[in-house]
Design a binder for this molecule. Structure first.
Ligand code: CMC
Length: 436
């Protein structure tokens, strides 16, 4: 055996696990590759014995080259680039390109990408007039967005050609471009204001702000500090590997449905308070606390666990240290408040953080502020109603969803179809209704 092969074998032995079926005494060695062991290998020794992992706590459902996340060390990188550097130096549109294409664009690539996105921001008049305006007057904008994105699939029948590179690219551009238009339309409808058409002379974030806030002026100029803050928030929310909504995107996409339907499913997953709805819950919690003096009592109630209250914006399935995005957002908040005036809830948030970070209950459970703890304060100071918060999350996350959708299709993955452990009744005979 060559030295090279011996080295390889030694590596394999060190980087592997051995499983033994105690019923038969049979053993099998499975290599550990990229931090995981293959369930396919496992099934060779143990067919019909399933991993019981309802919330995918210990399951890697795919291989991915998009985002690296180390929850213990508080590290987040998109395609290898640290989130801190991207938030400092890049723009959302550039980051979206990076996530989707694997590399940062050169000037020519960026200019084409920006042009394509800018010129696909308009939505079909029927989406606005007949579809969006058909909602009840108090419809939640996130519900409107989820439905409107799904409805787009009926306008772009070529979207079903998911293996045609040209068609796929066109739908990706349309989705990235139209999300802010749909989001702004949902907001304008919910406050009874007329729809504002996209302005192709504006960049991504200023255009969105124009569609949201423009009243009678011929050209809306967003405050550059607020536009940049929003762009940074978009960068921070653009991807977060296999979170709940991205998993929804991959699962639905694995059935080869069109990208609008899959994105609507992902957005629906984002809607929940455990995911994209958490920053709304943070503001409600801070408002309920009311003043800095009430913070210790509130913390005591959370710790007692009797009210079922959680400290919203704290804790994360993956981060077991300070969420790196929360650090950047905290800095951005100061810049925004310099323009808008301080959000009066900030002092309560700071006090909560201070107490929680020094309290054994939170430190022993590794509960730290997550991305949602401060983002809601910024959105609120910028004038967004609470209902818009998950919508603001969905706009940039569309880039991440689509990057994962595309990656999954290129991996020729099988349809997602987990197994179950059946715990229901044994076979029994049907009883007619009059005999029950
Ligand atoms: N406040 C108080 N206690 C908490 C909290 C919290 N925010 N989060 C977790 N715990 C406790 C929980 O009670 C449990 O304690 P014990 O071991 O005594 O039973 C322990 O910490 C572990 O909690 P878990 O529910 O098993 O953890 P999880 O990984 O399933 O939940 C989470 C993660 C984010 C759903 C949860 O931390 C939470 O509900 N946080 C508040 C909501 C929130 O901020 N969500 C936004 C997440 S970040 C944005 C995104 O990615 O979508």
């Amino acid at each position: 055996m060559s030295t090279h092969n011996q080295e390889l074998e030694a590596l394999l032995v060190a980087e592997s696990i051995t499983i033994t079926d105690n019923r038969s005494g049979e053993s099998m060695e499975i290599p550990i590759v990229n931090g995981g062991v293959s369930a396919e290998e496992w099934a060779k020794l143990l067919p019909g014995i399933w991993f019981f992992d309802p919330a995918f706590m210990s399951t890697a459902a795919c291989e991915s080259a998009i985002t690296y996340l180390d929850g213990d060390a508080g590290i987040l990188r998109y395609r290898g680039y640290p989130i801190e550097e991207l938030a400092e130096r890049s723009t959302y549109l550039e980051v979206a390109y990076l996530l989707l294409n694997g590399e940062l664009p050169n000037e020519a690539q960026f200019s084409e990408w920006k042009h394509d996105v800018t010129y696909h921001t308009f939505i079909h008049e029927n989406v606005r007039k007949r579809f969006l305006e058909g909602f009840h007057y108090d419809a939640h904008p996130m519900g409107m967005l989820v439905s409107a994105v799904a409805a787009l699939s009926t306008f772009y029948l070529d979207a079903k050609d998911i293996f045609d590179p040209e068609s796929r690219n066109k739908q990706i551009i349309r989705l990235i471009a139209k999300m802010p238009t749909l989001a702004a339309a949902a907001h304008r409808f919910s406050v009874g204001m007329p729809f504002v058409y996209p302005d192709n002379t504006l960049d991504f974030a200023p255009n969105f702000l124009s569609m949201l806030w423009k009243v009678a002026e011929p050209h809306y100029e967003a405050d550059p500090v607020l536009a940049r803050a929003l762009d940074i928030l978009f960068i921070l929310h653009a991807d977060h590997e296999q979170n709940c909504s991205t998993t929804a995107m991959r699962v639905v996409g694995s059935s080869h449905s069109d990208p609008y339907s899959a994105t609507a499913a992902a957005a629906a997953a984002l809607y929940g308070p455990r995911h994209g709805g958490a920053n709304e819950a943070v503001i409600r919690m801070l408002t309920e606390i009311g003043s800095v003096e009430n913070v210790p009592d509130f913390i005591a109630t959370v710790k007692a666990g009797t009210s079922g209250q959680r400290l919203q914006g704290f804790g994360h399935r993956v981060y077991k240290s300070y969420d790196p995005r929360a650090k950047i957002i905290k800095r951005t908040a100061d810049e925004v408040f310099a323009v808008t005036g301080k959000n009066p809830l900030l002092d309560i948030a700071l006090k909560l953080e201070e107490i929680a970070l020094n309290d054994e209950y939170f430190t022993s459970r590794k509960l730290y502020p997550n991305v949602d703890f401060y983002s809601g304060l910024i959105y609120q100071a910028m004038g967004f109603p609470l209902e818009m918060f998950p919508v603001l999350f969905a706009i940039p996350r569309t880039a991440g969803w689509l990057a994962h959708w595309q990656e999954m299709l290129d991996q020729e993955s099988k349809i997602a179809r987990p197994r179950q452990l059946y715990i229901g009744p044994e076979p029994r005979a049907y009883t007619p209704i009059d005999a029950r």
